[in-house]
Ligand binder design. Structure first.
Ligand code: ZN
Length: 385
């Protein structure tokens, strides 16, 4: 395989938060050199442009846009097939790894792995497990209806009690889940139960323990309210998703237990008028409290609450917090890789790391309209844009 050099670009060291002019040499899918005067079989002139690691979206939904629009009227195959254009869109915007926060099954992951379709590497959670009437419970969503998936690739997510919580984890793992997603509060889009704590501490502890027993898996928790987030952090959850109304006690519990926050600011900041009253301001306050306390933060867009074409706006929202632009790039690369447990493999521009790279027009770290700046994308050393 030939050696490619991205020559004389402004290379972002996301760990140090510094930009330096350097060459990046790529061979066999890996970064094999970062420095000046590197040679290669092919040199891509990157002078005056910014080279950053491939983006990692730690909270997306690849398969829901079409499915949620018409849960009953569509053939079953539409759900996984609707991921095809979504995956292509994400990859072309420089997103090279995603964690699907429910909706994608193991066939979607396999199709990318085997090269049948192009897209970021996919980690899946299958469905969001929940207690009866929680937001993963589609009996509740359509009273009197059957579970709307009716699809053995998407097993029943509902549990009540610790033993049933373990069984729900086992069903998701059997279906191929890399992560266990649980909804502990209600949903903001339905503006219903956002301050609920719908899962007991005992049930959460059972989920976390069972996930760990099954291949050291971790639990990601949908939680809008502070008490839901605090209860989940104390039970050993790996990440809190959204965390819209966190308070001091919640972030203290998260720091104590090493819990991550994936704030998905796009949910409230892109179109604040669509969010419940006060949610946009509360959400910014939550992230401020979390950053001040030292909670680690990873980027997650929660598309398709917004279209997938808007995925990079989440980096801009993060840049407007106390993270600043360099911190936002870090949250979308190295820190998201740490959350996913893959930081040894990717998430920064360093020798030995996977050659997932994005070339952006202009040398600055300005995060507004990042999508318009994408000039090139490499995944595993292959140029895909
Ligand atoms: Zn989500």
């Amino acid at each position: 395989m030939s050696r490619v050099v991205l020559g004389a670009g402004n290379v972002l060291d996301v760990v140090a938060g510094r930009v330096e002019v350097a060459d990046v040499a790529v061979e066999d899918g890996r970064i094999v050199g970062v420095g000046v005067g590197l040679d290669g079989d092919e040199v891509v002139d990157c002078a005056g442009e910014l080279v950053v690691p491939g983006f990692i979206d730690a909270h997306t939904h690849l398969c829901l846009a079409e499915t949620m629009r018409d849960s009953f009227g569509l053939p079953r195959s539409v759900r996984p097939l609707s991921a095809v254009p979504v995956l292509r869109t994400l990859l072309r915007l420089g997103v090279t790894t995603v964690r699907d926060a429910w909706g994608a099954d193991s066939g979607v992951r396999m199709a990318v792995e085997r090269g049948w379709i192009e897209g970021p590497q996919v980690f899946i959670s299958v469905r969001q497990v929940c207690t009866t009437g929680g937001i993963g419970d589609h009996w509740a969503a359509r009273v009197g209806s059957v579970d709307f998936f009716g699809d053995p690739a998407m097993p029943d997510p509902v549990f009540d009690g610790a033993d049933a919580a373990r069984a729900a984890v086992r069903r998701m793992v059997r279906a191929g889940a890399d992560w266990i997603k649980v909804t502990v509060s209600g949903s903001m889009s339905a503006n219903h139960g956002v301050h609920d704590v719908q899962v007991t501490a005992e049930e959460l502890a059972a989920l976390v323990d069972e996930a760990r027993r099954r291949g050291q898996r971790s639990v990601m928790v949908h939680a809008h309210g502070a008490r839901a987030a605090e209860t989940a952090a104390r039970a050993g959850a790996r990440s809190i998703e959204h965390g819209t109304w966190l308070d001091e006690a919640a972030v203290a519990a998260m720091v104590e237990h090493g819990t991550w926050l994936v704030p998905t600011l796009s949910c409230t900041q892109t179109d604040p008028a669509q969010a419940p009253e006060g949610a946009a301001e509360a959400h910014r306050n939550s992230v401020r409290l979390a950053i001040e306390a030292g909670v680690p933060i990873a980027m997650g867009s929660d598309n398709p609450v917004r279209p997938h074409t808007e995925v990079l706006r989440e980096i801009d929202h993060l840049a407007r917090t106390d993270l600043g632009p360099a911190g936002a790039f870090r949250a979308a690369t190295h820190d998201a890789a740490r959350l996913l447990g893959i930081a040894d493999d990717r998430g920064e521009i360093a020798v030995g790391k996977r050659a997932d790279l994005v070339l952006l027009a202009g040398a600055d770290l300005e995060t507004a309209a990042l999508d318009k700046r994408v000039r090139g994308v490499w995944q595993n050393g292959h140029r895909v844009r």
